[in-house]
Design a protein around this ligand. Structure first.
Ligand code: TNX
Length: 570
């Protein structure tokens, strides 16, 4: 099962001069070695991108090679400049090239000429309000004399950068300089997403994960053009976000997790770091405070919220549905207003997720009455309410969004809520739940919604999945990762990859491109990239993983970063 790459005849570390070489020396050394290496112009096709682009027009005469002296020229706009810097930061480690970024105000060439013939032959990032590309779309033109990315917004440019990155050889993922022929296949890609909401969820409540781990998950989302990170911040086993007006939520409620570990929580500064890292990657953070159930940790901290006003024991098991805040006590609504108010203040994005799932002990009118009050609290904060589809029977509130996690594709109550105006995020448990096992022998994860191999994750259509829900009512897709059995970053990556790109493709790519055999082959090309970057992934047997000759084999990174086998991941 191991797909450890075979030794590469072409990609070896560039010889580095002794003693602290400067960027220019590094660049010269890398380029000199590159020109002595005989490789095909490109190792892959213009269409080898995940998620599949809308339109691909290859030009076999148009291949381009990144020169060591390339300059990245960008429209004079702060957000676009940040995207250009991001591109440079992605390309500098492996190439060793300096790749200076300059905006058109500072550059003597007008943007129209920046990608044209000339000594630079670089990359131009062009904001063009008149381009017919939509708010998130981009066009990538690759020609022998330069590369040009065009978009209406910096977000579109950011997605174009992710495509460009995937079109370079896999060695571009190396954290240290390698010798490679940095060629891009020629032609034009025109691309835009199918759905506006493309997300993943990380449960940081069952097990707590450090800020650094969350940032790395954000990196994985960004690669595949996902634009929402939903953080499940509270549950029976732990409360993970600081709330100044109710401090024991974290000091007491945050000190536990599944299995009895120490837990943890994010200070407001920690959380702001996550949000700003995500924002810089054009990702919106969606905080979830799960109510009225999944609240044992809050009740341990503040027994006054419990129906019997008695503190329950801390909970470190994995059962669900036993806890709830007292829906009959006004103090509960003060608590919720305080918590959601503080969370809203940390949230630049429009969404606040209020959970609503598995509140088995709050039923009927008591449940709907509770949800209706909480929905109004969210609206009064100027945010849009999101909740699991159990919210459906509560009265409609303008803009509200339900997150579908069912496994049958049928629920008349959800269909009726949608008829009244609710929009739906699709996270069907039997296709999109990344905590489901791949196969019976998967060492971690659940199987209550079935096994989910890569094909199962890929082969469904969010536009038609739930009976009575038309495609126009579908806001998008989200892949949730619950973490009852997930204890490390390697575990997270093992369950995320390679299924996250499958869900990302359902959210991004037009249905006309949907094709399992084609997806499988494109996905296979991602393996060497993850391996090179030191990212753990499941070597799913249904994917023909490339043992490409472009993986650098000698690197400065530790052996444990070399591709993991299934068992090594856990
Ligand atoms: C159901 S799906 C849950 C979670 C569990 C998950 C495990 C949903 C809204 N609730 O509380 O962690 O199953 O797969």
């Amino acid at each position: 099962m191991s797909t450890t790459p075979s030794p590469s005849p072409t990609a070896v570390p560039a010889p580095l001069p002794a003693e602290e070489p400067d960027a220019a020396t590094l660049a010269r050394a890398a380029e000199q070695s590159a020109v002595t290496v005989l490789t095909a112009a490109t190792t892959h096709r213009l269409a080898d991108v995940v998620p599949a682009p809308q339109q691909v027009q290859p030009d076999p005469t148009g291949d381009w090679v990144l020169p060591a002296g390339a300059v990245i020229v960008v429209s004079a706009d702060p957000a676009a400049l940040a995207v250009a810097e991001h591109l440079a930061e992605l390309l500098r480690p492996a190439t060793g090239y300096p790749l200076p970024v300059t905006d058109t105000a500072a550059h003597s060439l007008p943007v129209a000429d920046a990608a044209g013939p000339g000594p630079v032959g670089g990359i131009a990032l062009v904001l063009d309000e008149a381009a017919d590309l939509g708010a998130e779309g981009y066009r990538l033109d690759v020609a022998p004399d330069g590369v040009r990315l065009t978009a209406v917004t910096a977000t579109g440019l950011f997605y174009g950068v992710q495509t460009l990155r995937q079109l370079l050889p896999a060695a571009i993922e190396s954290p240290t300089p390698v010798t490679e022929h940095w060629a891009l296949p020629g032609g034009t890609i025109t691309d835009a997403p199918r759905f506006p909401y493309r997300g993943a969820m990380l449960d940081v409540a069952r097990h707590f994960f450090a800020v650094e781990d969350v940032l790395r998950v954000i990196d994985h989302l960004a690669r595949y053009k996902l634009n929402h990170l939903h953080l499940h911040l509270t549950d029976d086993q732990g409360w993970r976000i600081a709330v100044d007006s109710w401090p024991r939520l974290t000091t007491v409620g945050g000190a536990t997790e599944v299995g009895g570990g120490p837990g943890g929580h994010y200070t407001k500064t920690d959380y702001a770091r996550i949000v700003s890292y995500a924002t810089a990657r054009h990702i919106t953070v969606v905080p979830e405070i799960d109510l009225p159930g999944h609240t044992n940790a809050a009740l341990v901290a503040y027994p006054e919220l419990a129906p019997d006003k008695i503190a329950p024991p801390p909970y470190t098991g994995t059962e669900v549905g036993f806890s709830y805040v007292d829906p009959a006590d006004e103090r509960t609504y003060d608590f919720i207003a305080d918590v959601l108010g503080e969370v809203a203040a940390l949230t630049p994005g429009p969404w606040l997720h209020i959970g609503g799932d598995e509140a088995f002990k709050v039923t009927g009118e008591v449940y709907t009455g509770f949800v209706e009050r909480v929905q109004r609290i969210v609206a009064d904060l100027g945010k849009t309410v999101v909740g699991w589809h159990q919210l459906a029977p509560a009265a409609h509130l303008d803009g509200r969004v339900l997150q579908w996690w069912g496994t049958t594709g049928t629920d008349p109550t959800t269909a009726e809520a949608v008829r009244q105006g609710a929009r739906l995020i699709l996270s069907p448990g039997n296709h999109a739940y990344l905590d489901m096992k791949y196969a019976p022998d998967t060492p971690i994860g659940h199987d209550w919604a079935g096994l989910i191999d890569v094909r199962k994750a890929y082969d469904w259509d969010p536009g038609t999945h739930v009976a009575g829900v038309p495609p126009e009512a579908v806001l998008g897709v989200e892949a949730p990762l619950w973490t009852e059995s997930v204890t490390s970053l390697a575990d997270i990556e093992f369950l995320l990859l390679p299924r996250l790109p499958a869900i990302a493709e359902l959210g991004w790519s037009t249905r006309a491109t949907h094709d399992w055999a084609d997806f499988r082959d494109r996905l296979a090309g991602q393996g060497p990239r993850w391996a090179t970057a030191g990212i753990t992934f499941h070597h799913a047997p249904d994917i023909p993983w490339a043992t490409t000759a472009t993986i650098p084999t000698q690197r400065d990174t530790p052996q444990t970063d070399i591709p993991q086998t299934d068992t090594a991941a856990h």
